[in-house]
Design a protein around this ligand. Structure first.
Ligand code: OGA
Ligand code: NI
Length: 367
């Protein structure tokens, strides 16, 4: 075939992949198409330094008991939070007060959303990064050279009354269940944020807390259908989260890995718990003390997996910068002031890989 004849074929293929992995699976895919095959060194069983991961080397993240945080043991729990944010950038939260039904209903209604016919789901497809609701596939389906094995639904959630009318109206109970979940996660975030600011020992941190309480909330529902050849692809490529703090709810299927001491380690899901991680904005705000750590998602050949990541941060119009309480002559700011528009411009112009947005905001002092 001449090159001029190949191009339309490739274009036709690409169009098919724009419909997402759920659509692909519903049409009986038995092999991973080339579009989803990652270069050998990026594939699941290898660490960043090319060492083979031993199976079942799961990581037990530090556990934070939210009931204990609110009791007399608070100083001790704050210490554990600080160490977790410095060492792993991640911790798990139990006893968080969210009713079991609220999280179970959320996972279940999201499952039903992804089971709707493609035509219904695709009503929410949009290439506008700031659309209040956005259905899509891969990471950035316009820019990604290699696709990942994931479809998503992104919902802006705060202030809720502004966004709720745009959320999917089908399944018919989606809005009410997802709204309850969004409100409860927001409350949990508010408790977490007070603790985080306190753990940074910032005098007069109330201002930051107030700004964050009025801030942005983006809920990302991830759907990872079973994959016939999970060793060739990824559910999500290595990335750090844009935002201050992410609260992640997963079903009982494992898949999340974090980069810890240069190795990819799997996070053991604890039923009913939340995985909380430091985002780029918290790394900036803490002037690099707390780490926004790289993580990725593996898929498997038998079980579908659903997760809901709730990304919280300052209002979309805010400028994010190292806290003035944490910088001085001896500790100069390590990051440039940054805003949401700069981020959008950055991600729309290239493949958002690794931590390169955060890297681009670092200040390099010449000594
Ligand atoms: C995310 C994310 C992890 C998961 O949505 O940013 O990292 O387990 N999700 O789905
Ligand atoms: Ni993430």
């Amino acid at each position: 075939m001449s090159p001029s004849m190949i191009a339309p074929v490739v274009e036709e293929e690409n169009k098919k992949y724009q419909k997402g992995v759920k659509h692909l699976c519903d049409n009986g895919v038995t092999k991973v198409p080339t579009k989803y095959i990652w270069p050998v060194h990026d594939r699941p069983i290898f660490t960043k330094s090319d060492k083979l991961i031993k199976p079942k080397q799961n990581l037990k993240l530090p556990l934070i008991d939210l009931a204990e945080l609110l009791g007399p043991n608070r100083p001790h729990v704050l210490q554990t939070i600080a160490e977790a944010c410095e060492t792993y950038g991640f911790f798990q939260v139990v006893n968080h007060g969210m009713e079991g039904d609220v999280s179970r209903n959320m996972i279940e209604v999201c499952k039903r959303f992804f089971e709707l016919p493609y035509e219904e789901r695709s009503k929410y497809m949009s290439s506008d990064m700031s659309a209040p609701v956005r259905y899509g596939t891969s990471f950035n389906q316009i820019k990604d050279n290699v696709f990942c094995w994931r479809d998503f639904l992104k919902l802006y959630a705060h202030p809720l009354p502004d966004y709720l009318p745009y959320w999917p109206s089908s399944p018919s109970d989606f809005r009410s269940l997802a709204a309850t979940y969004a409100k409860d996660t927001k409350e949990m975030f508010e408790i977490m944020v007070k603790a985080i600011i306190e753990s940074l020992e910032i005098d007069g941190g109330d201002e930051a807390v107030e700004e964050l309480e009025e801030g942005s909330q983006l809920m990302v529902v991830n759907c990872y259908p079973p994959c016939p050849e999970p060793e060739l692809t990824l559910g999500m490529p290595p990335h750090s989260d844009y935002g201050f703090l992410t609260l992640l709810l997963q079903d009982d299927v494992e898949g999340l890995q974090i980069l810890y001491r240069d190795e990819w380690v799997t996070v053991d899901p604890i039923p009913g718990s939340f995985v909380v991680n430091v985002g780029d904005h918290l790394e900036i705000f803490s002037n690099g003390r707390y780490k926004s750590v790289l993580h990725r998602v593996l898929v498997n050949s038998t079980k579908p997996r659903i997760s809901v990541a709730s990304l919280h941060s300052f209002p979309l119009t805010s400028v994010v910068k190292p806290s003035s309480k944490l910088v001085n002559e001896l500790n100069p700011p390590q990051y440039m002031d940054t805003d949401f528009a700069t981020f959008l411009q950055y991600v729309s112009s290239r493949e958002p890989k690794w931590k390169n947005f955060l890297e681009s905001r670092k200040i390099h002092y010449i000594r």
